[in-house]
Design a protein around this ligand. Structure first.
Ligand SMILES: Cc1cc2nc3c(=O)[nH]c(=O)nc-3n(C[C@H](O)[C@H](O)[C@H](O)COP(=O)(O)OP(=O)(O)OC[C@H]3O[C@@H](n4cnc5c(N)ncnc54)[C@H](O)[C@@H]3O)c2cc1C
Ligand code: FES
Length: 262
């Protein structure tokens, strides 16, 4: 983990309030593992000291990309960064996704920016499997071309039916399980809103799937000191606290007390 002054290389709006920010970060970029995140100090937001966490979308050499959505003050201010400007980033942080088990069939389930957070796993997986993407509408579905170019089969679900099948992402996951999923030994990798993660975890536990989820709780320090990001996990005496920023954000579904996750 280190702090680096990265330089903006490319910064473009994608769709639906999402932006692609590519930085030159020669110290941090080569060290990032799939599912890890960086903590960004938003320039020109001096009254707000806290950094903002973002999953690493991809790295190539000394380049590092994030895909972020405009949801509040920090991300709105970030949008004004121009190529050549610099920003302080801290990373790589957290425990990411493990390497996919070559003896299992990889399955990705993603909502919102989860599609970006899972792309490095999709790229490095030795076997390409099936990816289920869900969102409210077409503008929430990202990175389809990137996943397909890596050999993944992508199934899209939108709540309003504006792209792919109408419904929620677990509808498509359930149908796949009934039609063909039972014939393979799945290993799931999931990132998205808490409700989606819970629904995926419930299925994984009931059906005996190996499964990993990125639990992206709100964060303060990002390095294990402030306890803003804690969640309950199974422990020797029933349960204990874990810090999403240090022991996670990626957890095996068996370790999380899902009834406590919001
Ligand atoms: C490990 C991790 C990885 C993340 N990766 C990405 C990413 O790749 N792309 C991306 O767009 N966002 C990502 N996020 C969420 C991102 O950090 C927040 O959207 C951002 O910090 C909001 O900052 P803000 O100042 O714009 O909004 P604020 O003004 O701080 O908040 C505005 C709204 O966003 C909500 N919000 C704040 N933090 C989160 C969060 N962690 N999850 C969900 N909602 C939140 C708040 O509840 C509030 O409703 C990630 C979060 C974590 C913890
Ligand atoms: S964000 Fe401070 S301990 Fe996790």
């Amino acid at each position: 983990m280190q702090i680096e002054l990265a330089t903006v290389h490319q910064h473009i709006p994608i769709q639906g309030g999402y932006y692609l920010l590519v930085m030159l970060a020669p110290d941090i970029a080569p060290c990032v593992r799939p599912g890890q995140f960086i903590h960004v100090k938003v320039p020109h937001l001096e009254e707000c000291l806290l950094r903002r966490p973002f999953s690493v979308f991809w790295t190539e050499g000394e380049r590092l990309a994030i895909l972020y959505k405009d949801v509040g003050r920090g991300t709105r201010t970030l949008q004004y960064l121009k190529p050549g400007e610099s920003l302080s980033i801290l990373g790589p942080l957290g425990r990411g996704f493990p390497d996919p088990d070559p003896g299992r069939f990889p399955v990705i389930v993603a909502g919102g920016y989860g599609m970006a957070a899972l792309y490095m796993t999709a790229r490095s997986a030795p076997t390409k499997g099936i990816a289920f993407f869900g969102g409210r509408s077409a503008k929430d579905i990202l990175c389809v071309g990137e996943f397909e170019a890596q050999g993944w089969s992508v199934q899209i679900t939108t709540e309003d039916g504006s792209l792919g099948r109408k419904g929620i992402v677990t509808d498509a996951l359930d149908d796949w399980w009934v039609a063909s999923g039972r014939q393979v030994r799945p290993e799931l990798f999931a990132c998205g809103p808490g409700g989606m993660l819970k629904a995926v975890a419930q299925r994984a536990l009931e059906r005996g799937w190996e499964a990993w989820t990125s639990v992206d709780n709100n964060m303060g320090c990002g390095v294990g000191a402030c306890l803003t990001c804690v969640l309950k996990v199974r422990g020797d005496n029933g349960w204990s606290w874990a810090r999403a920023c240090r022991e996670g954000p990626v957890f095996n579904v068996r370790d999380v007390l899902w009834e406590e996750v919001e």
